[in-house]
Write a protein that binds this ligand. Structure first.
Ligand SMILES: NC(=O)C1=CN([C@@H]2O[C@H](COP(=O)(O)OP(=O)(O)OC[C@H]3O[C@@H](n4cnc5c(N)ncnc54)[C@H](OP(=O)(O)O)[C@@H]3O)[C@@H](O)[C@H]2O)C=CC1
Ligand SMILES: O=C1O[C@H](COP(=O)(O)O)[C@@H](O)[C@H](O)[C@H]1O
Length: 620
C-alpha cells in the first residue's frame, strides 16, 4: 500500500495549491498566514527529484540550499530535512519523509499542520497518518438546524478557504426532514456566513456554496438514505474515485434521540468500501445520553453498528486553542512540573459563564440543564487535562488512558458541596415547563483521590444569564510559608488560563512596589494572545476537530470508557436533581449567580484578592 508521512513542526502551516504547495510559517498552526518562505535543504537526499517545482536539487547533509516556494515533492523523494526561513527569520526545521506523496493527500490535509505532529518520521508512522487518495464526501445530518448553521457549515467554509478542502475533491451534502432545495440551503448558509465574511472572500464563499447539495428525508427512512447514498456515490463516480478509496464523513448535528436510527440507516445504506484506504466516520454531538444508563445504552447501540475507530464523539472544548495548550504547558515547561500538586496548589476553579440565557433553546435546555450541557462534558474534559498524569506519549490512546485514570479517581460528589441556581424569568420561555427544577447555574466541588491531588478542591462552575461571558481555569497557590513581607493582604499567587474571550494566560504574583519604599503589591505576568501573536488567527474549535476527523486523529475526541466514567461521576447528583431532592436557588439575570456559590467557594478554600484590579490589555 502506498504510504507517506510528513513530520511537521507545530508552527508550520501548509497552503496546498494545485500543482504544488506553498509553505507558510506562522507561530501558530494556521495556514492562513500566507507569507512566502525560503526553503533550504539541510538533510541528505540520495535520489534526484522532489523539491523545487520539479527542479532537481542536490544537497549534502548540513548544506543549505535555498529553494523558492512553491515546492512539490515527487514520488521518488527520500527522507529529507527542509529548513524554512520566514520573512521574520524564524527558522523551523521540518522533516519530510516520504515514499509517495500525491497532490490529493496534500490537499486533503492529511499531511497538514497538526498541533501534535512530531518532527520524527517514526512517530508519524506510529500515529497512523497514512496517505488517503479517494474523494471526500461530508454529509451534515440535521443540516436545517442551529448547530449546522452556526458551527458546522462555517467550520467547513473556513477549511475550504484555507485549502484543506478542495473543490475538485470534496462534496458536501446536507440532509434533514425540512423540504429545501440545494439553493435554499445555500442561501441559509450564505445568510449566516455573509455577515462575517469579508468582501474579498465573497467569491470564495460562492465557490464553497456550489459544493453543497441537499437531500431531504426522515431519520428512519430507507428511501431517504438510499437517495443520499445515490447522490454521494454519483459524486464519487464523477471524481473517478476508485471503489474502496472514497471517504465519507457523517456529521450528526442532530438531537441524540435520533442517533440510533440514523446510524442504523447509514450502516445499512451509506457505507462505502474501505479495502483501499477508504473510510466511513461518524461524528456525534453531545449530549451523549442523559445519565449513565442511557449513555451506556446509546454507546451499546452505536457500538453494534460501528467500531470505536469510526466514532468521533465531539466535545468542542477540546478544540479550543488554550485547552489544546494544556498538555504543552504542563509537560513541556520545567516551571510547572514541580509545582503542579497538592503541596503547592490550594484549589483550582474551572469556570464557564455566559451573559445570555437559553434563548431559543429552552426546550432542549430544560430537558438537560447546565450540568449535562456544560459541566459533565466541557468542564470535566478540561479538568482531565489539568489533573491527569503525563501520558506515555502523545498517541491518542495514551492520552485518553490518562484521562480515564484521573476520572476514575474522582470521589462521589457531596450534595453539600453543590450549589444550584435558576435565573429569574427562565420559566417565561413557552418551551420550558412552569414547574421546571432545571438548573441554569451550578457550582460543584470535585475531589480527586490520588497522590497528586488529595485535598485539593476542583471547583467546577457554569452558569447562563450571568454578568459576563468567559471561560477560564484559575489555579490558586497556597500562602507562602514564613512570609517575611506580610504580603498575605496582597493575595495569593494565581495562574489563570483564559480560554475565551481573548485567549490569555497570566500569573498574579507579588512584587516590590516600584519606588523608594519597601512595600509589596500584586502584579501580573501576562501572555495575552492578541498582543503576543498579532498575525495569527486562532482557528475555531469546530474547524480543528473536523479536520482531525478527516485526518483520523481521535486524540481530541471522547472515548467510550471516558464517557462512561464521566457519567458515573455526575449521575447520582443528576438523579437527585431530577427527583427534586436538590433545588435551584433563584438568581437575577446579569448577576454573579446565587451568593451561596461564592460562600461554597470560600469554604472550599478560595481566597479572593480584594482591591486588585487589572484588566488584561486584550480585554480593555
Ligand atoms: N446549537 C448549539 O449551539 C450546540 C448544539 N450541540 C448539539 O448539537 C446537536 C444539534 O443541535 P442543534 O442544531 O441546536 O439542534 P436543533 O434543535 O436545531 O436540531 C437540528 C435538526 O434536527 C432536526 N430535529 C430537531 N428536533 C428533532 C426531533 N425531535 N426528531 C428528529 N429530528 C429533529 C431538525 O431538522 P429537520 O426537522 O429539518 O429534520 C433540526 O433542524 C444536539 O445534539 C446539540 O446538543 C452541541 C453544542 C452546541
Ligand atoms: O455546548 C454548548 O456550548 C455553548 C458554549 O460554547 P462556547 O464555545 O461559546 O463557549 C453553550 O452556549 C451551549 O449551551 C452548549 O450546548
Amino acid at each position: 500500500m502506498e504510504r507517506n508521512y510528513l513530520g511537521t513542526h507545530s508552527s508550520l502551516g501548509w497552503d496546498p495549491r494545485p500543482g504544488g504547495f506553498t509553505c507558510a510559517v506562522a507561530s501558530q498552526p494556521t495556514p492562513r498566514d500566507h507569507r512566502r518562505v525560503r526553503i533550504a535543504i539541510v538533510g541528505k537526499r540520495e535520489r534526484k527529484g522532489g523539491v523545487g517545482g520539479g527542479e532537481h536539487r542536490k544537497a549534502q547533509s548540513g548544506e543549505h540550499k535555498r529553494v523558492a516556494a512553491p515546492i512539490r515533492p515527487s514520488p521518488s523523494a527520500r527522507p529529507l530535512l527542509v529548513r524554512f526561513h520566514s520573512k521574520k527569520n524564524k527558522i523551523i526545521i521540518l522533516q519530510l519523509a516520504m515514499s509517495t506523496v500525491s497532490d490529493t493527500s496534500l490537499r486533503n490535509g492529511s499531511l497538514g499542520n497538526n498541533s501534535f505532529r512530531s518532527e520524527s518520521f517514526s512517530e508519524e508512522k506510529d500515529m497512523g497518518l497514512v496517505r488517503e487518495a479517494g474523494c471526500l464526501s461530508i454529509i451534515v445530518l440535521g443540516a436545517s438546524g442551529d448547530l449546522a448553521k452556526k458551527k458546522t457549515f462555517p467550520a467547513l467554509f473556513h477549511l475550504f478557504q484555507q485549502g484543506f478542502l478542495q473543490e475538485n475533491d470534496v462534496h458536501i451534502f446536507g440532509y434533514a426532514r425540512t423540504k429545501l432545495s440545494d439553493d435554499d440551503l445555500r442561501e441559509r448558509i450564505r445568510g449566516y456566513l455573509g455577515k462575517v465574511v469579508s468582501t474579498e472572500n465573497v467569491e470564495i464563499l460562492s465557490k464553497f456554496l456550489q459544493l453543497i447539495k441537499y437531500v431531504s428525508g426522515s431519520y428512519d427512512s430507507e428511501e431517504g438514505f438510499q437517495l443520499l447514498d445515490m447522490q454521494v456515490s454519483e459524486h464519487e463516480t464523477s471524481k473517478n474515485s476508485q471503489p474502496g478509496t472514497s471517504r465519507r464523513l457523517f456529521y450528526l448535528a442532530l438531537p441524540p434521540s435520533v442517533y440510533p436510527s440514523v446510524c442504523t440507516m447509514i450502516r445499512r445504506h451509506c457505507m462505502n468500501q474501505s479495502d483501499l484506504g477508504g473510510w466511513t466516520r461518524i461524528v456525534v454531538e453531545k449530549p451523549f445520553g442523559k445519565d449513565l444508563e442511557s449513555a451506556e445504552d446509546l454507546s451499546a447501540q452505536l457500538g453494534e453498528l460501528f467500531d470505536e475507530k469510526q466514532l468521533y464523539r465531539i466535545d468542542h472544548y477540546l478544540g479550543k486553542e488554550l485547552v489544546q495548550n494544556l498538555l504543552v504547558l504542563r509537560f513541556a515547561n520545567r516551571f510547572f512540573m514541580p509545582l503542579w500538586n497538592r503541596d503547592n496548589i490550594d484549589n483550582i476553579q474551572i469556570v464557564f459563564r455566559e451573559d445570555f440565557g437559553t434563548e431559543g433553546r429552552g426546550g432542549y435546555f430544560d430537558e438537560y440543564g447546565i450540568i449535562r450541557d456544560i459541566i459533565q462534558n466541557h468542564l470535566l474534559q478540561v479538568l482531565c487535562l489539568v489533573a491527569m498524569e503525563k501520558p506515555v506519549s502523545l498517541k491518542p490512546e495514551h492520552i485518553r488512558d490518562e484521562k480515564v485514570k484521573v476520572l476514575q479517581s474522582v470521589l462521589p460528589i457531596k450534595p453539600e458541596e453543590v450549589v444550584l441556581g435558576q435565573y429569574e424569568g427562565y420559566k417565561n420561555d413557552p418551551t420550558v415547563s412552569d414547574s421546571s427544577n432545571t438548573p441554569t447555574f451550578a457550582t460543584a466541588v470535585l475531589r480527586i483521590h490520588n497522590e497528586r491531588w488529595e485535598g485539593v478542591p476542583f471547583i467546577l462552575k457554569a452558569g447562563k444569564a450571568l454578568n459576563s461571558r468567559k471561560a477560564e481555569i484559575r489555579v490558586q497557590f497556597k500562602d507562602v510559608p514564613g512570609d517575611i513581607f506580610k504580603s498575605k493582604k496582597q493575595g495569593r499567587n494565581e495562574f489563570v488560563i483564559r480560554l475565551q474571550p481573548s485567549e490569555a494566560m497570566y500569573m498574579k504574583l507579588t512584587v516590590k512596589k516600584p519606588g523608594l519604599q519597601m512595600s509589596t503589591i500584586q502584579s501580573e505576568l501576562d501572555l495575552s494572545y492578541g498582543l503576543r501573536y498579532q498575525d495569527v488567527k486562532i482557528p475555531e474549535a469546530y474547524e480543528r476537530l473536523i479536520l482531525d476527523t478527516i485526518r483520523g486523529d481521535q486524540q481530541h475526541f471522547v472515548r467510550r470508557d471516558e464517557l462512561r466514567v464521566a457519567w458515573e461521576i455526575f449521575t447520582p447528583l443528576l438523579h437527585s436533581i431530577d427527583e427534586g431532592q436538590l433545588k435551584p436557588i433563584s438568581y437575577k439575570p446579569g448577576s454573579r449567580g446565587p451568593a451561596e456559590a461564592d460562600e461554597l467557594l470560600a469554604k472550599a478554600g478560595y481566597v479572593q484578592t480584594h482591591g486588585y484590579i487589572w484588566i488584561p490589555p486584550t480585554l480593555a
